[in-house]
Write a protein that binds this ligand. Structure first.
Ligand code: ARG
Length: 403
């Protein structure tokens, strides 16, 4: 039997051409694997048939939307994960779930190589290959665009010369990656970082500047997991989808970011993640009400580290697993309701309610019913400030000695 390659297949020009290209380059048989992570667009069956028509010996497609929402978006929400305080890791989250499907297909079809369509300049090549190495150290990875110089022009030429059944004219001026957690857009005129994004760049969100009535939503969480919208119990996937629609209609979750890629390049990416950004804002706020102060302060650093690890392709790594265990503990009290107003590009929290609340009205109030003993504050401040006072006194004395 000849060698077998499992290819991460999207149905687009590059990976369709890659099937035949890999065959000619390596002499191996190609098995195409596509996963639906909520990117929308073509039917999975159409994608499967195209892979076969382009020369794949087998083609497998999987509806991975619930798996992605429950196993990848939810942990990111529990971590309030925002890379560089901004980017909700849209593409970085989808790679590990695709990796799982690639490795499973490689085992099933006895393949020894996994191929992907990434270039040599981005983060995604790292995420695929480090992920595959972590789950299946014996598999080898190839990337035709990077390793066999399969440029776009050469790909089009190749498709025409081999008569491959692909529409080579379907060329967008942007490079887009999208899934249910959000959408990333780069290249074209956006590469000049002084150029502002035009409306044409966006598809998950409407222009926030257009006047329209506000939308109010109540999100219910249990142990950090959103379980209902406006009292209707829903799956994680359905919750993200509904908030993509409702927050998207209000222009929530647009982002224009110059980010630090793992490979050292600074790049500009425009994102829209209405559901993710609304959920993170709600989850964060509920945490502010239910998480004890020192734990909350410490968790900020954990969130940042978690986001960096996932951005850097280390989803399947010991530190990331350990932080997940820590975050499970942190999330155990994030239970309750958050009310938000979605309007004018913002998701603004207007109410919180929780059985786990550490907010004590009687301690916080300035009205009658105050149970806080203000006389204790004086002594507390005395002791709290004692180390600074001692240091300042020493400073004063040594200045007197010097002068
Ligand atoms: N910069 C993002 C990341 O590294 C998105 C990458 C894919 N972007 C794209 N427009 N194709 O996670």
């Amino acid at each position: 039997m000849s060698e077998r390659v499992v290819l991460a297949y999207s149905g687009g020009l590059d990976t369709s051409v890659a099937i035949e290209w890999i065959k000619e380059e390596t002499g191996a048989e190609v098995i195409a694997v596509a996963a639906d992570v909520g990117q929308g667009g073509e039917d999975l069956e159409v994608i499967r048939e195209r892979a076969l028509a382009c020369g794949a010996v087998e083609a497998e497609v999987a509806d991975a939307r619930d798996e992605f929402a429950d196993g990848y978006c939810l942990p990111a929400l529990k971590a309030d994960a925002l890379y560089m305080d901004s980017y909700p890791l849209v593409s970085a989250l989808s790679r590990p779930v695709i990796v799982k499907h690639l490795v499973a297909a490689a085992r099933k079809h006895d393949a020894s190589i996994v191929a992907h369509g990434c270039t040599g300049k981005g983060n995604d090549q790292v995420r695929f290959e480090v992920g595959i190495g972590a789950l299946a150290p014996d598999l080898r990875c190839i990337a035709p665009v990077r390793d066999y110089a399969m440029t776009r022009d050469r790909a089009i030429e190749f498709a025409e010369s081999r008569d491959l059944p692909i529409d080579v004219n379907k060329k967008s001026p942007y490079s887009i990656d999208q899934n249910v957690w959000g959408r990333a857009v780069e290249t074209g005129f956006l590469e000049d970082i002084w150029n502002g994004p035009i409306e044409d760049v966006y598809s998950y969100t409407s222009d926030p500047a257009v006047p329209r009535p506000a939308d109010e939503v109540v999100i219910t969480f249990v142990a950090g997991e959103p379980v209902a919208i406006d009292g209707r119990p829903l799956t994680m996937l359905a919750i993200i989808e509904e908030l993509n629609t409702r927050a998207g209609a209000q222009g929530v979750g647009r982002l224009d970011l110059v980010e630090d890629r793992l490979v050292g390049i600074k790049s500009r990416e425009v994102y829209e993640a209405p559901g993710a950004m609304a959920l993170i804002a709600a989850h964060r706020e509920l945490g502010r009400v239910t998480i004890e102060r020192d734990l909350a302060r410490f968790t900020t650093g954990v969130s940042q580290r978690w986001a960096e690890l996932v951005y850097d392709g280390l989803w399947f790594s010991p530190l990331k697993y350990a932080l997940d265990a820590f975050l499970a503990e942190v999330n155990s009290t994030i239970t309750g309701d958050i009310r938000m107003t979605l309007h004018g590009g913002r998701a603004v929290v207007t109410g919180r309610r929780s059985e786990e609340s550490l907010y004590d009205y009687n301690l916080a109030t300035y009205d009658t019913g105050d149970t806080f003993d203000q006389s204790l504050a004086k002594g507390f401040i005395e002791l709290w400030g004692m180390p600074s006072k001692l240091a300042a006194t020493r400073e004063q004395q040594s200045q007197q000695v010097r002068s």
